[in-house]
Design a protein around this ligand. Structure first.
Ligand SMILES: Nc1ncnc2c1ncn2[C@@H]1O[C@H](COP(=O)(O)OP(=O)(O)OP(=O)(O)O)[C@@H](O)[C@H]1O
Ligand SMILES: [Mg+2]
Length: 488
């Protein structure tokens, strides 16, 4: 393999087909002494050999004349045959490795004819990408070697996991969860499809390593809160953003709340309903408030005897803890109500330093997160100690500003240009790398971008997980095939 030319940060290499022990996204190292060039393979094509069109035409004609060979006394055809099969490799120059560190500020280039070029192994990549930290999370393999990232690189940041349907996003999320929890982190999961409920078991049904850490919250069953726990401010947000209550009705509600606080020992749903019934107000306002409060009562999540205490659930101990909020089978409004309460409570607890900083893993968050929360989560709440991990197969459901602030992106395959364009807004890598590599990722491969890989994008073959999952889609025909097999 030889370097043919380099223009800006793109290098073109030439190699024979049997030298190609690499895939798109893999790294090559050119040079062997004190310095070497780090190159990431973007594309492979045929070399532009002069006269190749004539050669192919001659070949085709020879086939037509029963393959009669041409007069070739010096056997030059075998050499020209080899030349025509040379491959051209397009690679992105990521920098120069000098004394074990990657530098981008040098103009050093390897010798064109004598420099050896080899595939970079996982250890080389990890030593270049590893940030400070010693809490490894194994993600899978690069080539045939194990590749891991440091849990510290996810800490304090915003992470996005995206890719097309069934590409392995939730699978990756579970690998990360397991790693983070085993290193003592607290993770709260907003579980839309009930996929994370069985993480206490391994695939073979035994107790998993995170069995002790898992707590499942079922809104309306073991997760019920009183109106006082919700508080007036959160109640007002719920009325405004979840139920679209007009401002005049919201103001009336606040007035009633204050009256109840003054006159009675505690604010309950019953006392709120009674007060709305008998307090003098416009009939339209009474109607608007009554229907909303009745709907909140019907959710069974807010109830007068609700007592779930998130603070004690999240605890302050240094053991890892996983709280899964099951949002499956909930009505749209109840789901939004629960999330509204959870986020407002978490930010209060974090502000008062009553719980440790935590990761919030949210699948398809646009289905329950109100518009104004995106910026709030990535700015204000992040400073308080709530670090989001967003998982989605619809990249356009996440605002551009969130991509720009992303510290880490796990990208699975996208064939749709518009989706790749959206993800390429992530500011930590050039858009071209995301577009080129994201399009060519095979199944089970993930492109890692951002802080976790020291801003050098790495393609990893994602490992299997031992944890039991419940994400599989129920099928009609799978069962029928089984029945047919059993009965035959
Ligand atoms: N690296 C892997 N090794 C083994 N199985 C995997 C791997 N990645 C994904 N799977 C399996 O493939 C299936 C689909 O993966 P997963 O549910 O993570 O996809 P998804 O991208 O979250 O899909 P959706 O868009 O429907 O949410 C699951 O059964 C999962 O266990
Ligand atoms: Mg999924």
């Amino acid at each position: 393999m030889r370097i043919f030319q380099k223009a800006r940060d793109i290098a073109h290499l030439l190699c024979s087909p049997d030298e190609m022990d690499f895939c798109v996204g893999d790294y090559l190292v050119a040079g062997g002494g004190d310095n070497s060039l780090l190159l990431q393979v973007l594309d492979v094509s045929y070399a532009d050999v002069p006269g190749v069109l004539e050669d192919i035409l001659r070949d085709l004609s020879a086939e037509q004349t029963d393959g009669r060979s041409l007069f070739d006394p010096y056997n030059v055809s075998s050499l020209s045959l080899l030349m025509r099969e040379i491959r051209a490799v397009e690679a992105k120059v990521r920098g120069v490795i000098s004394s074990g560190k990657l530098r981008t500020d040098t103009v050093w280039l390897p010798d064109r004819f004598s420099s050896p070029i080899r595939r970079a192994d996982a250890d080389t990549l990890m030593s270049l990408t590893a940030q400070m930290g010693h809490r490894a999370i194994s993600l899978g393999k690069v080539g045939e070697e194990e590749f891991s990232i440091q849990a510290e690189s996810l800490d304090g940041g915003l992470t996005i996991i995206t890719g097309k349907k069934e590409s392995g996003k939730s699978h990756m999320a579970k690998i990360l969860l397991e790693g983070l929890i085993s290193h003592g982190a607290t993770v709260v999961v907003l579980d839309l499809n009930g996929e994370y409920l069985n993480l206490n078991r391994t695939k073979s049904g035994e107790k998993s390593a995170i069995e002790k850490a898992l707590r499942i919250l079922e809104p309306g069953v073991n997760f019920r809160v009183s109106p006082e726990q919700v508080g007036l401010r959160c109640f007002m947000d719920v009325l405004e953003h979840v139920y679209g209550t007009p401002p005049t009705s919201c103001r009336e509600f606040a007035r009633i709340w204050h009256v109840l606080e003054r006159e009675e020992s505690r604010v309950t749903l019953r006392s709120l309903i009674n007060m709305i019934n008998r307090s003098p107000m416009h009939e339209a306002v009474r109607e608007a408030l009554m229907s909303r409060v009745m709907s909140i009562e019907a959710s069974s999540f807010v109830c007068d005897d609700g007592t779930t205490d998130l603070q004690s659930l999240l605890g302050r101990d240094s053991e890892g803890s996983l709280v899964v909020l099951n949002l499956r089978n909930l009505q749209q409004t109840t789901r939004r109500l629960v999330v509204e309460f959870l986020l407002s409570t978490l930010s209060n607890l974090l502000r008062a330093d009553l719980v440790r900083p935590l990761f919030l893993l949210a699948e398809e968050a646009h289905l329950y997160l109100r518009e104004t929360y995106w910026d709030d989560i990535v700015t204000r709440m992040r400073h308080l100690g709530l670090f989001p991990i967003f998982v989605t197969n619809q990249p356009d459901s996440i605002p551009d500003s969130v991509y720009r602030q992303a510290d880490n992106v796990f990208l699975f395959n996208f064939s749709n240009e518009a989706d790749l364009e959206k993800v390429s807004k992530a500011s930590r890598v050039d858009g071209e790398s995301i577009r080129t590599l994201g399009r060519s990722l095979p199944p089970r491969r993930c492109l890692l971008v951002g802080r976790m890989v020291g801003d050098i994008p790495v393609v990893v073959k994602v490992r299997d997980s031992n944890l039991q999952t419940m994400g599989q889609t129920k099928l009609i025909f799978k069962d029928k095939e089984l029945v047919a097999q059993v009965s035959s």
